[in-house]
Design a protein around this ligand. Structure first.
Ligand code: NAP
Length: 326
């Protein structure tokens, strides 16, 4: 293996250790950091995430509250919960779980969160501060987490060509701005880009697309329609990672943020392979072909303990900083 692993667990542990005395001090002063999450869905992934968040907060002395207005809650009902949390002096920071019930506008709901209680750094005012100043507190957790991992390997990005794959407002765009602020020359790739050509140029890649999951969900829909007698049988889809080893510049730094919940394999008829319980055998995969890319890259995040733990550490840091500001 050519590449060194970027250990997100170690970076997160260091960050959480630095937060410890701050949390103790705030708690002693009667201002215990308190993260409140709102979950208006029955999604299993979001349920798992909420449980993990609760455990993470508890482990680090941060209070955690989960509000569950229900998977069929209206926009007005969710805004009512947000307003209660905005006005609750014990709550330092607020987080909104996805997916939202149908008919709810994400931007409208995020806008209802008081910007100073924005746990994830995704309120338009905070994103605007990032654009205007190159810095924001709170900053979007996943974006700043990915860039923090790059910084640990190469703090000075003068002269480096950095590529961010993905242009969402909460991950891709802020990651690109943060890299620009570190003096990288930044390229942004998306679904209409020649990803291979951009990758071959890049000294740094932050991959944040979930491309394989998008392909799988489109394919599954088409397959289900076909089985229901609607439409043509779709051609088998390609669920291999977006970033392949032959796209990687030797020595590149790769941070893989992508999370793709996809089948392990499709059979010769394009049907997902089943496990021994007769269910589709699923896996979590990144955006990068880790096994092959690690032979070419200089540094690469490991599939276990990559950017996820650092995202979580930034979420706690945003919560603690919010408590300190109150
Ligand atoms: P998102 O809002 O769905 O945005 C995905 C972006 O990827 C879009 O800009 C899209 O391009 C681009 N994209 C999709 N397919 C592509 C393809 N084939 N080639 C190139 N670009 C493609 O997702 P997000 O919220 O930014 O999250 C991105 C990924 O990070 C997801 O996998 C998500 O699960 C993961 N994530 C990880 C963490 C963590 O802590 N590790 C946290 C949050 C999210 P267009 O704009 O052209 O459609």
């Amino acid at each position: 293996m050519a590449a060194e692993l970027i250990d997100g667990n170690a970076v997160a542990a260091e960050m959480l250790n630095e937060l410890k005395p701050k949390i103790a001090e705030l708690t002693a002063a009667g201002k215990q950091p308190h993260l409140a999450a709102i979950r208006a869905n029955n999604d299993a992934g979001s349920g798992w995430y909420a449980k993990a968040q609760a455990g993470h907060c508890e482990e680090h002395g941060v209070r955690y509250t989960l509000k569950e207005p229900g998977a069929d809650a209206s926009e007005a009902e969710i805004i009512k919960v947000i307003n209660e949390l905005n006005n609750d002096p014990s709550v330092s920071a607020i987080l909104l779980h996805l997916p939202l019930p149908s008919g709810c506008d994400y931007l409208k709901l995020v806008n209802a969160i008081a910007p100073e209680k924005d746990a994830e750094g995704v309120h338009p005012q905070n994103l605007g501060a990032l654009l205007a100043t190159g810095n924001s507190d709170p900053a979007p957790c996943t974006a700043i987490g990915a860039v923090e991992l790059v910084k640990r390997i190469r703090p000075d990005l003068n002269g480096a060509k950095a590529l961010v794959l993905g242009r969402s407002a909460i991950v891709g765009k802020p990651a690109a701005l943060l890299l620009l602020n570190l003096n990288a020359s930044v390229m942004i790739g998306h679904s209409r880009s020649d990803v291979a050509a951009l990758c071959r140029e890049a000294d740094v890649i932050i991959a944040a697309t979930g491309a394989a999951a998008v392909i799988w969900s489109r394919y599954k829909r088409a397959l289900d329609n076909y089985k229901a007698g609607k439409g043509e049988k779709p051609a088998p889809c390609d669920l291999t990672p977006l970033v392949k080893a032959d796209m990687v510049k030797p020595g590149a730094i790769i941070v893989d943020v992508g999370v793709n919940h996809i089948p392990k394999a499709l059979d010769e008829n394009g049907e997902p392979v089943l496990n021994d319980k007769g269910k589709v055998a699923m896996q979590y995969a990144g955006d990068v072909d880790f096994e092959a890319a690690k032979e070419i890259a200089g540094h690469i995040t490991s599939p276990k303990g990559g950017s996820g733990p650092v995202t979580n550490a930034f979420l706690l840091r945003n919560t603690v900083n919010a408590a300190a500001r109150m």
